[in-house]
Design a protein around this ligand. Sequence first.
Ligand SMILES: Nc1ncnc2c1ncn2[C@@H]1O[C@H](COP(=O)(O)OP(=O)(O)O)[C@@H](O)[C@H]1O
Ligand SMILES: [Mg+2]
Length: 212
Amino acid sequence: MRLFITFEGIEGSGKTTQIHLLRDYVERKGYRCQITREPGGCRIGDKIRDILMDSSNENLTPLSELLLIMANRAQHVTEVIEPALRDQRILICDRFHDATVAYQGFARGVALDLIERLNQTVAGELKPDLTILLDCPVEVGLARARERMANENVSWKEGRFEGEQRDFHQRVRDAYLTIAKAEPHRIKVVDGSRDEHTVEREIRQLVSSFLK
Ligand SMILES: Nc1ncnc2c1ncn2[C@@H]1O[C@H](COP(=O)(O)OP(=O)(O)O)[C@@H](O)[C@H]1O
Ligand SMILES: [Mg+2]
């Protein structure tokens, strides 16, 4: 079945963890499911992702950052998202347009109307059917993200966003909640500070109403 689900939330809110749990669940129910992510999602997208995540690129301007993300999306929509949906899959994307509005718009201060115009150009009418916003306090998310990076031996060099100041992440969290309020039908806020399995159960319930 054709279903486009996106996961949003600050670093460490549990997106990647919950996406994998949700995939296991829908596959057990017999649905075909594919996971992808932004930035990245395809070969060219991954190259753009490397530029975006590289913390030695501290002089990347907000506008260049936005244009790289949009170039990534143009490629990703055409190469991955649209074919998967045409093929009647459940496509789960780790971050999509709401992240651009929250990070580049609200947190970096790029004009929201420019972001909307560019998104219209690269993604057209494509919109998630359901967006799960994993909300948690910045301290909780960042502590988890730091622990994960330490465990996985990921260097801070690959964490340009993780390296931002606390108030940057606070602006992102607040922005996500504002965006969710404007589209309560599509965007469901889930308290991501609870344990993994409680969060997982709530997400299953939200997704179940879309499954036939
Ligand atoms: N509900 C949770 N409670 C405690 N730790 C969690 C929870 N969800 C995820 N984690 C851990 O926190 C870290 C970040 O989770 P992750 O899913 O990678 O977040 P994100 O993709 O949103 O950055 C990982 O090490 C993960 O195992
Ligand atoms: Mg992740």
